[in-house]
Design a protein. Structure first.
Length: 232
């Protein structure tokens, strides 16, 4: 090997580690808020009848950090098609950003591990840690059917929860005989609110029921002797 070629080889060997180091993208330093977001989260609407998965990553992606949505997210929530990065500074909100760094969705933490974002055209969007979110709530057509309203092991009234639309929810049929404690509510519709059944009276506040098992729902807040809805 000639002296010039030998010198060129030595120079290349000396330069190689520096080139390799320059090509590596160091992981960005994450603040405490951002570290808590890294991983899979459930992305949903308020009723949680539209859900998909978003993955927040620690890798740099201008203008923030890398974010990935599963394939159905763009179909359910078109706004995410333009999201390329995320940013979450301490004592600030969580932002989903477009390529120019413009915030498209702004989430605020409403309770530990749950974020919400009122978004024009989409209503309120939610983020929940996928490990804590649990199964998606049952849909109205799965819940519709015949139920007994019970208390203390006694049947007070029979209801038919229809899948037919009525005003802001679905139709309710109250069958007779029906105990006055239920009949006087004059329930005329029902709907799902995230994972709960709401029985809506003609006047006054809805009765809320949370699932106990596949057939039983318990009124909340729970009293000493709560009402239950039991599928027949």
């Amino acid at each position: 090997m000639t002296l010039p070629r030998r010198a060129a080889c030595i120079a290349a060997l000396l330069l190689w580690p520096a080139l390799g180091f320059a090509q590596q993208q160091p992981a960005p330093a994450l603040n405490e808020s951002a570290r808590g977001m890294v991983g899979n989260w459930e992305f949903s609407n308020a009723d949680r009848d539209r859900t998909c998965t978003v993955t927040f990553k620690a890798e740099r992606a201008a203008p923030g950090l890398k974010v990935e949505f599963d394939a159905k997210c763009a179909e359910l929530f078109p706004v995410v098609r333009d999201v390329v990065a995320w940013r979450f500074q301490d004592n600030d909100n969580l932002f989903l950003l477009d390529r120019a760094g413009k915030p498209l969705v702004e989430f605020s933490e409403v309770e530990s591990g749950i974020f919400e974002a009122p978004t024009p055209g989409l209503g309120v969007l939610f983020l929940q840690n996928a490990a804590d979110a649990g199964p998606a709530p049952r849909q109205p057509d799965e819940v519709a059917g015949d139920y007994a309203v019970m208390r203390g092991g006694k049947i007070l009234c029979s209801l038919a929860l229809s899948a037919d639309s009525a005003a802001d929810g679905f139709a309710v049929t109250v069958r007779t005989p029906c105990d006055a404690s239920v009949a006087r509510q004059n329930f005329n519709q029902w709907r799902m609110d995230r994972a709960e059944i709401l029985l809506v009276p003609a006047r006054g506040n809805p009765w809320r029921f949370e699932a106990v098992d596949e057939k039983t729902w318990r009124r909340v807040p729970e009293g000493a002797n709560p009402f239950t809805l039991v599928r027949q």
